[in-house]
Design a protein around this ligand. Sequence first.
Ligand code: HEC
Length: 198
Amino acid sequence: MFQIKKTLLVSMLPALLSVALVTSVKASSEHHQHAKDLNFGSFTKENVLLTPKDYREWIFVGAPVTPNDMNDGKPAFPEFHNVYIDPTSWNHWKKTGEFRDGTVIVKELTSVGTKESASGNGYFPGEFNGIAAMVKDSKRYPDKPGNWAFFGFESYEARQGIMQADDACAACHKTHAAQDMVFIQHYPVLRAAKPGEK
Ligand code: HEC
C-alpha cells in the first residue's frame, strides 16, 4: 500500500513541480510588467519633448507613404511614415483600447528610395530622414486638443523637439483621425490588438 502511494507521489512530482514553476514564472512576469510601467517621454522644464531614443525598439504599428509622384510633388511628408508607440502605452491599449496619459507616438520619416526591385515595381524605403512625434498628457498639456502635443524635430541630433501650433498639426488630426486624434484607420496592428475588435 505504502509502496503504491510512494510511486503515486513520484509520478505526480513533475506535475507538482510544473505548478510551482508556472506560479513563479507568473509572479516574475507580473513583476516584470510592473517594472516596465514607465513613461517613455522625457521633457524639458517647459514640457517640450526631448528627442526620443531607441524608439525603433518600441511597437511598430505601420508605415503609410505619401510619395511625391502621387501628390503633384507636394505632399507634406513625401516619405514613408514609420510609426511606433511606446511599450507601456501599447500594453494599456491592449487592455483598454484607449491611449493613456503619457502615450508617445513617433513617426520616423524614411525617404522613398528605388521604385523597382527583384519583387517588382513599387515604393521601397531609402534612407532615414527625420522624425515627428505626438504626446498625450493631461497634466503637461491641459489646454491642447485631446491633451495631445505635436512636435517637429530639426534633426536626429537636435536635443529637443519644437512644439507645433494647433492649426499646424492638431487640427487635421482632430478632424480626420478615427480615434482620439490618432489615425488608427491606417494601423491594422492597433486595430487587431484593440479589445473587442476583429
Ligand atoms: C492635413 C492633415 C495632417 C496634418 C496637417 C498633419 N498630419 Fe500627422 N498625420 C496625418 C495622417 C493622415 C496620418 C496617418 C497617415 C500618414 O502617416 O500619412 C498622420 C500621422 C501622424 C503621426 C502618427 C500617428 C497618427 O496619428 O497616425 C504623427 C506622430 C503625426 N502625424 C504628427 C504630425 C505632426 C507633428 C504634424 C505637424 C507638423 C502633423 N502630423 C500634421 C495627417 C496630418
